[in-house]
Design a protein. Structure first.
Length: 256
């Protein structure tokens, strides 16, 4: 675990929102605490966080992970980057993570655990694991939905300065510890009240109030190879970066 933590580059642009707490947690792990211990210590100092973190062995073998969290307000946590970033997300987005857990537990209570998740539970998992959050001008969002990469990163490139993008999914954050151009986020559009302060708590409040299982089941996501974001990766300043159609894929043609 210590070696994995040491590979995190906290200066990476996509970790700018996570760095303050993340570096403190990383140092605690390097001093010998387990991931669960380090996260629980910080959770105790974070009144907004509704859960505590416990060793993975606390989870009964026959109980679903999400249902256990819902019933006990305890998050089973393994030593590793995946659960490290999951806990960090609980600390940053406590209301949103609690809302996701409520929706996941409701799906389990309704349908049980099946070999294949239904559309709603699948979408909740996608959001939890791989979402990025974007607040952006309409023209930028529309180009992203259309996969109009030429416009998005060409003529519209300066509009990214008016956008706010924050990664959310803990699996997405884990993958970016070893950056690869193909890493792609499921982008969810955040539309907070323009009069509200632009803050972490504002986004958390908005998401917790607006996330609904049925709406997520309709897949309201756009796809974004995150290393294409202007200012996030030096290589995307080089001509031809966006020409790789295995990464910046063309939209599927629809037939009537």
């Amino acid at each position: 675990m210590t070696q994995e933590i040491a590979t995190i580059d906290w200066t990476a642009p996509w970790l700018s929102h996570w760095r303050a707490r993340g570096e403190v947690l990383a140092q605690a792990v390097k001093r010998g605490l387990s991931c669960a211990q380090a996260l629980s210590q910080m959770a105790q100092k974070t009144p907004e966080c509704p859960v505590r973190f416990v060793p993975q062995s606390t989870l009964p073998p026959a109980q679903a992970y999400e249902a256990f969290i819902f019933a006990t307000q305890q998050v089973p946590t393994r030593d590793g980057l995946h659960d490290f970033f999951n806990g960090l997300c609980w600390l940053h987005f406590p209301q949103t993570k609690q809302r996701l857990n409520q929706l996941q537990a409701a799906q389990i209570a309704h349908s049980g655990i099946a070999p294949v998740r239904g559309p709603a539970r699948d979408a909740l998992t996608v959001f939890d694991e791989n979402a990025a959050l974007l607040q952006a001008p309409d023209v930028l969002w529309d180009a992203l939905v259309r996969k109009d990469w030429h416009a998005l990163f060409g003529p519209m490139r300066s509009l990214w300065q008016e956008a706010r993008l924050q990664l959310f999914g803990h699996a997405l954050l884990e993958k970016l510890v070893q950056p690869r151009t193909a890493i792609t986020a499921h982008v969810f559009r955040v539309q907070c009240n323009a009069d509200a302060p632009d803050s972490q708590g504002d986004w958390d409040n908005w998401l917790a109030a607006h996330l609904q299982a049925d709406a997520l089941a309709n897949k309201p996501f756009a796809h974004l190879p995150v290393l294409g974001v202007p200012g996030w990766w030096p290589a995307n300043e080089v001509a031809g970066f966006y020409d790789d159609t295995s990464v910046f894929r063309r939209p599927r043609l629809t037939t009537t």
